[in-house]
Design a binder for this molecule. Structure first.
Ligand code: ADP
Ligand code: MG
Length: 615
């Protein structure tokens, strides 16, 4: 009997492959631009006619090809980028499969002109349906120019499937924007039917983003810039009040490659939770850099989905960094003010005339709660803040901030302190400078319009949380080695939980290993005291395994647990300086009104309320 299995002829194999790689004109644009980038081009010009159905031309000033390579590049699996299997795990180039040009040549009329710097003449090749129809020397600049005409000329089903020019050109400009965002140091231009759509000069990242999304957006960008051992994160989010009604400007890049990820998108959305309505979408341009060994770009032929080895860790960093950046932006004045001490103000200062403090600060803003409405945009586009009663009563939140406002805030407290001190004398109350310590747990201090009550332990919890959180975004939390490793018997689920979250736990300052069913912890964050280690580890294991907790919130949950445990015993209110320092550090926190678990830290009682009580 005759053999019935035959190898497919190359041109058919290429056509089939083309179906995967080249779905529409935009795919050609993407592949050609990416090849130009891989060739080290610093200038890439794209010229399109009829949404790419008639012509796609990409001209670069990269390294070019010699005449042999110019022929070889159209062969399937012909690539200069991967030569051994290990290379696949160290990819720093866009392409690596060696199938784009073979695919394009199988379904279009292609002309290639290319020259290397060390050759006097270039070469021009035309290829149609995988067959080279001409090859000759030519005069051309160093670099490479591809012209792709009559796309899908021999695949009518595909050609008929193409959408209107508007839609197809939309796809092209999406691809163009994605690579342009990712490579600000390369000059790009895009023309459609002779009209210039983009002309992007070489630029720094912010300028490139603004050149694409519009100059008027510049002031709306909130920068993000964090770096950990595992991931570096740069880029911008658009201020919450400019969130879009339709999903649109959401860009994620890893190692200068655009990718889509519902999971990471979720992290960014979560960071915006409570700041934008459910019906709007935040805009973001976020650039991750990770070790190429830790990602797999090979999961999808068009390569917009990427598998990350450390995705949970990255999720947490994304969420934390964006929240922190938004927090800073929202209550920036609290970070700028010249800090004055609240408890050691010399008495002469109280003679100074006091000014009405006016500061634009939103202490209600708690980036770690989701259900409070914190800002609303008024008709002029500026933000109306919802100030808490506590701060409104200080006269805050009505006008622009001045540098001295916080100093005045404390000054004012001092003015009335004599009076207040005379009024309240309780048995367990210890007089401290400028205030009282009640039951060794609450600080009572006079304020302009009444009294402030500060829950000392919660204040410390928030301080520790905030300090740990800020450190966590950039480097592993300081860790101390245990003299004797702590051993704990763990269940199967706990083993999985610990292993899955190993990077996250390392970043939090925990190091340990699992042998059989015993978890051996060798170092712990140095904020923890020996006595509550067991409890903390149990809390953490419970959180990583059992709780219905969203993955991204895990990091915050864990840091909150650390903070709660660490602040349990560390509270020191033994002298004025300690109290002073506690209050100073509290006011340095972006959020000083609530603990990470949403417990109130500061309560303000107005003079009227006090008077009412005495009636
Ligand atoms: P891949 O990019 O996966 O290697 P392609 O089919 O896109 O596969 O390209 C095949 C090869 O052709 C590349 O590896 C590269 O050596 C060469 N090549 C393609 N485009 C260019 C270009 N613009 N400049 C220089 N060389 C190029
Ligand atoms: Mg390629």
């Amino acid at each position: 009997m005759d053999n019935i299995i035959r190898l497919l002829p190359d041109n058919i194999a290429n056509q089939i492959a083309a179906g995967e790689v080249i779905q529409r004109p935009a795919s050609v644009v993407k592949e050609l631009i990416e090849n130009a980038i891989d060739a080290g081009a610093t200038k890439i010009d794209v010229n399109i006619k009829d949404a790419g159905k008639t012509l796609i031309q990409v001209v670069d000033n990269g390294i070019g090809m010699n005449s042999q390579d110019a022929v070889l590049c159209f062969e399937r699996h012909a690539t200069s980028k991967v030569s051994k299997a290990e290379d696949l795990f160290q990819l720093t180039t866009k392409g690596f499969r060696g199938e784009a040009l073979a695919s394009i040549a199988a379904i279009a009329h292609v002309t290639l002109k290319t020259r290397k710097a060390d050759c006097d003449t270039g070469i021009e090749i035309t290829i149609e349906g995988s067959k080279i129809s001409s090859k000759e020397d030519t005069v051309c600049p160093v670099g490479t120019a591809f012209e792709v005409k009559n796309l899908f000329f021999n695949v009518p089903a595909r050609r008929n499937f193409l959408k209107s020019d508007k839609v197809e050109f939309g796809h092209i400009s999406d691809e163009f924007e994605r690579v342009s965002f990712a490579h600000p140091s390369i000059q790009f231009s895009l023309k459609h039917n002779g009209v210039e759509v983009y002309n992007l000069p070489e630029a720094v990242l912010r300028r490139r983003v603004v050149d694409i999304i519009g100059k008027n957006q510049n002031d709306r960008l909130v920068p993000i810039d964090e770096s950990t051992d595992i991931v570096t994160l740069k880029g911008f989010v658009l201020k919450p009040e400019f969130a879009k009604k339709t999903r649109g400007e959401q860009f994620l890049f890893v190692n200068d490659r655009f990718f889509k990820s519902q999971y990471f998108n979720h992290a960014v959305n979560k960071a915006f939770e409570g700041l934008i309505s459910d019906k709007s979408f935040p805009s973001y341009f976020l650039y991750l850099t990770v070790n190429p060994e830790k990602i797999d770009v090979n999961v999808h032929p068009t390569k917009t989905e990427i598998k990350f080895e450390e995705e949970k860790f990255i999720y947490s960093i994304l969420l934390s960094s964006v929240r922190q950046a938004l927090g800073k932006y929202n209550i920036a004045p609290t970070l700028d003010f010249e800090r004055e001490t609240s408890f050691d103000i010399p008495s002469e200062m109280s003679k100074h005339p006091t000014r009405e403090p006016q500061i634009k600060v939103n202490p209600d803003y708690n980036p770690f709660t989701s259900n409070t409405t914190r800002s609303a945009t008024n008709s002029t586009g500026s933000v109306k803040q919802n100030y808490s009663k506590a701060i409104k009563s200080q006269g805050f939140g009505q006008n622009e901030a001045t540098q001295d406002d916080w100093a005045n805030f404390y000054e004012i407290q001092n003015v009335e302190s004599e009076e207040a001190q005379a009024e309240i004398v309780l048995e367990e109350t210890h007089k401290i400078k400028g205030g009282f310590l009640v039951k060794n747990s609450m600080i009572l201090t006079p304020s302009k319009s009444g009294l402030l009550l500060i829950h000392a332990r919660r204040a410390l919890e928030q301080i520790v949380y905030s300090e740990l959180h800020n450190s966590f975004i950039t480097k592993p939390i300081n860790s101390q080695a245990l003299l004797f490793p702590l051993e704990k018997e763990v269940s199967k689920t706990e083993i999985i939980g610990w292993t899955e979250n190993n990077s996250l736990l390392n970043q939090l300052g925990f190091n340990g290993s699992i042998k059989d069913n015993v978890l051996e912890i060798t170092s712990v964050p140095n904020v923890l005291e020996e006595e509550n280690l067991q409890d903390t580890i149990s809390d953490i294991l419970e959180m990583i395994c059992h709780r219905e907790i969203e993955k991204g919130d895990l990091a915050h949950g864990l840091i909150a647990t650390l903070a709660a445990n660490a602040s349990m015993r560390k509270l020191d209110l033994s002298n004025n300086d300690a109290v002073q320092s506690l209050i100073d550090r509290l006011f340095l926190c972006e959020n000083h009104m609530y603990t990470p678990r949403n417990k109130k830290i500061i309560e303000s009682i107005t003079t009227e309320e006090l008077e009412k009580k005495l009636n």
